[in-house]
Design a protein around this ligand. Structure first.
Ligand SMILES: [Mn+2]
Length: 432
């Protein structure tokens, strides 16, 4: 058997479980389509039957791993028990006494005070299983006199102040505020599709979103291991493949695999995932806009939607400027951003004119661009590092026909910039 692209066996199991979830969400998805999605990720071609049995095995192992642990059984001072378990019978059709017997309690001594049943049947490929949460109370405790202090404690134990929108942020106290994790423009081209038969590459919204998740994971891992105190997230850079009318910002017709509503929704969810993950890892997150040339309006709207979503959240800020070329000063380091589709020489020369204060008060200066989907880095004479970021997306028919980027490995570069001395760490994520 050929070697799979998965680093760990657990990654493969998780991916198979994810495929089961997709099949459940979209029953029109056939097993041979799932086999193709799996092949794109793993590099292994399987028959319909083989992928089906792998998914079934993965689901079984997941259920086994999630069976109740010791913590899921709790006996309280007053004798009542709260627990969770998994059953292969549908308790909803039974009487309380029958449920108690099934759970191993004598109905003469116990009352069933609470029961919640949720179906575990995930994909139709596994026999029905049910997650059971229950509370049983011993009969004799009812006659005991009431301890009001305990009763009050019991009442208040689940009391929580009004639900807050944002989760608790826990980062290390000693985060290094001089280190800035930079998530540059992500040329994801969400909606772009490439077909293996047509041009040798497989790309879809699903694959794009998987790659985006990988970027989130690697970014948080790097932020933790390097103890970074700040993060800069650049939104734009052809994150979307086209405007809502199915054309690029300049009018070129584009073929997408989903409608703009679907893509906007998925894109927005992906960025909320990213920002939530970063916000709980890094004390200060700054988000800025640097639009690409494919979906300028869609990217602007997404930036504004996220800004509104986070308007009263702590630890996250949105840059007021929405200019095409952005400038940011972090101590002795200057960060400039542009999509990179304008004339390169004019772009480089324009930076000190547009941002004289930032340019004149820093020693380490970087201009980050995207656009050509390949890594390019050079040091200009007047001390501005020009850096073109690579793209995590695949070539589609148009780029293949026009011979752009053939043989380029899709990738994304994570960087840590230091406020004293510029580029500190660079880590590449390769997708292939
Ligand atoms: Mn692009």
């Amino acid at each position: 058997m050929s070697k799979s692209n998965f680093e760990k066996a657990a990654d493969q199991v998780n991916y198979l479980v994810e495929l089961a979830r997709r099949k459940q969400e979209d029953p029109t998805l056939t097993w041979s389509e799932i086999a193709r999605i799996y092949e794109a990720r793993s590099g292994i071609r399987l028959t319909d039957e083989a992928i089906r049995s792998r998914v079934r095995r993965a689901l079984k192992s997941e259920v086994a791993a999630e069976k109740p642990k010791e913590d899921d059984y709790q006996r309280f001072k007053d004798g009542h028990i709260e627990a969770r378990t998994i059953a292969n019978k549908d308790f909803s059709k039974m009487s309380s006494d029958e449920v108690l017997k099934e759970l191993g309690y004598d109905p003469k001594s116990w009352d069933l005070s609470y029961l919640r049943i949720s179906s575990w049947e995930k994909s139709g490929v596994l026999d029905s299983l049910y997650a059971i949460k229950y509370k049983v109370t011993p009969k004799e405790t009812k006659e005991k006199s009431i301890n009001y202090v305990e009763a009050a404690e019991e009442l208040l134990k689940d009391f929580k102040p009004k639900a807050v929108k944002y989760p608790k942020v826990d980062w290390t106290e000693n985060a290094d505020m001089k280190k800035v994790l930079l998530l540059n423009q992500i040329e994801l081209h969400l909606g772009k599709m490439a077909d293996r038969i047509e041009n040798g590459n497989e790309y879809s919204t699903e694959i794009a979103l998987e790659r985006f998740q990988e970027i989130i994971e690697q970014a948080c891992k790097l932020a933790k291991s390097e103890n970074v105190g700040q993060a800069v997230v650049v939104i734009g850079g052809d994150f979307f493949n086209s405007e809502s009318n199915g054309r690029t910002a300049r009018g070129t017709e584009i073929r997408n695999d989903h409608s703009f509503k679907h893509l906007y929704q998925k894109g927005l969810e992906a960025y909320v995932d990213l920002l939530e993950s970063l916000r709980t890892t890094v004390p200060n997150v700054l988000v800025l806009l640097c639009e690409g040339n494919h979906a300028r309006a869609m990217e602007y709207f997404m930036f504004k939607t996220l800004e509104a979503y986070y308007h009263d959240a702590s630890g996250i800020a949105f840059m007021k400027s929405v200019k095409d070329t952005q400038g940011l000063k972090v101590g002795n380091t200057a960060l400039f951003f542009n999509h990179g589709d304008a004339d390169q020489k004019r772009l480089i020369n324009s930076i000190p004119a547009e941002y004289p204060e930032i340019y004149g008060s820093t020693n380490f200066r970087y201009l980050f661009v995207g656009h050509f989907h390949k890594l390019e880095t050079s040091n200009t004479e007047n001390g501005l590092h020009f850096h073109r970021v690579p793209a995590p997306c695949e070539n589609d028919n148009w780029t293949t026909q026009n011979r752009f980027g053939i043989g380029t490995i899709p990738s994304y570069e994570l960087m840590i910039m230091h406020s004293d001395h510029g580029l500190d760490t660079s880590k590449f994520i390769y997708f292939n």
